[in-house]
Design a protein around this ligand. Sequence first.
Ligand code: ZN
Length: 429
Amino acid sequence: MLVIKNANIVYLSSVVHANMVIDEDTGKIKAIKKVLNKEEESHQTIDAKNGFILPGLIDIHTHLRDLQQSYKEDYHSGTMAAAHGGFTTVIDMPNKKPEISSVKELRLLNAIIKEKANIDVIPALMVKKCLESQKSTINRYYYPYYKLYLSGTTATTGETLDFALNWLKNNRFRVVMSHCEDEQFFVTNEDCQSTPHAHNICRPPQAEENSVKNFVESLVYNSFLDVGKIHISHLTLPTLVDYLHEKIKHGYPLSFEVTPHHLFLNTSDHDHLGSFAVVNPPIRPKEVQKQLLVKLLEEKIPIIASDHAPHTEEEKRSKNAPSGIPGLETTLPLLADFVFKKKITLNYLIRLCYLNPIKLLGLSPYWPFRAGTLANLVILDLKSEWKISGETFLSKAKWTPFEGWSVHGRVLVTLYRGNLVYFCDDVSK
Ligand SMILES: [Zn+2]
């Protein structure tokens, strides 16, 4: 038995100061009570120090690498980083080395996940390669989560996209997550990956805008609208937030996410971040970023995802810096700081990082907390101020564009199925 004392347990519209008794064997909450009995008092105790207990968060966009890129991240380090960031479920993207594009590869990957992961990791399957392997091995196969790239080496576009959408329609799915950038708008030059300034010119906002709108039109063309959910990854443009809301209002099964780096960074950060800021889609100019932030304050963003994309510092410093930023350990602190500053509510934070993701994915809920629910939870200290430092990360990528930022919102404890997967030194007795 494990007992959490002095906790503020967060519910849908209230916060209750109480103790939580957890059965580690079943992984479930045994009781939530104001006063503990003698027997309960004798168990291992965690002092929540009046911190807030939230459901374990869900990050629907991560790149946990492993396989041939274990030097960047593997399922052990990646899931420890997730636990440190307050997450107990992550979706892992298939553009690995090698790509995850068939049922066979998926099975092998799941075996590695089972061996190394400390929390739930759900891999997404690559759409394009699925089609290729379908010719030989997959006839009819149901898998719930797919990733579709509309640009890059794994791109599925034009007639292939129509074919892919029809293939998915016949095989069924739950969510297709889509990277929307239209390569026709890309400007290629040799500096595209060496400086963020050049990178922005190489992948202009029109590429994203055109891709999202064309994609939505192709969904209509392929009568795709009552088949499954289409989720747009890492949206950066406030105008597209309005566009998608309009479509959702008309019944389109669309969803989208925004990343913390597009919400909190802008091109004026490029000088000091250098090639560490190279990411797809690029960080946008200040006026665009500020308007995107307004969409957050207006609660118009349904999901925040980290797009955790770890690379080594050496790789990021090189002339051909790979795109991507690690984010699992900074997402919750950055959002919690906004809760502390009363810019967003704790309830909205839970919608962004738990409720809307769990609904989209169709997973079993474990919140609001009561006796019998799975003990996937995070204890968050919202009072003390601290500085983000890459050195403290459990990810193999020990760098962050938010280095030195002062925030409120430190993760004290993360419990996965009733067991401690992360705890800071000063809470366990
Ligand atoms: Zn990504």
